[in-house]
Design a protein around this ligand. Structure first.
Ligand SMILES: [Zn+2]
Length: 130
């Protein structure tokens, strides 16, 4: 349950940050005509805010991956509790991809969610080394 909430948060966090910055941009645009120092302050806070956003992304993704690895120890999908199967494809860090038999979610061995394209790229890498 916690994993699913965290995964949804990580998926939608970029859009949330975009909407917050868009709202602050509109506020800064209006304040240029009403109170110009506020616009300057918002620009500076916006630039500093990127550092905070980066920290939130790194921390939340690392927690999500740690929760996923905890699910892997039981060979259960952290999303749906389905059984995990090991793929024959190798992920970028040298481990095996794990595929859920119920929801078809693909994971790298370190807990990061992967996409179907990652498996295709792994296929192409195998073919190019032959
Ligand atoms: Zn699943």
């Amino acid at each position: 349950m916690l994993y699913r909430v965290l995964a949804k948060f990580n998926d939608d966090f970029g859009l949330l940050v975009f909407l917050i910055y868009l709202g602050l941009f509109l506020l800064a645009f209006v304040s240029v005509f009403l109170f110009p120092p506020l616009a300057l302050l918002l620009v500076l806070l916006g630039l500093l805010g990127f550092v905070g956003v980066w920290f939130v992304v790194v921390i939340m993704r690392s927690i999500e991956q740690a929760l996923a690895r905890k699910g892997f120890s039981d060979a259960r999908c952290p999303c749906c509790e389905g059984e995990l199967a090991t793929s024959e494809h190798t992920d970028p860090l040298g481990g095996q991809y794990l595929i859920c038999s119920r929801c078809s979610q693909i994971f790298e061995h370190r807990g990061r969610r992967a996409q179907e394209e990652d498996l295709l790229e792994a296929d192409e890498a195998c073919v190019s080394t032959l």
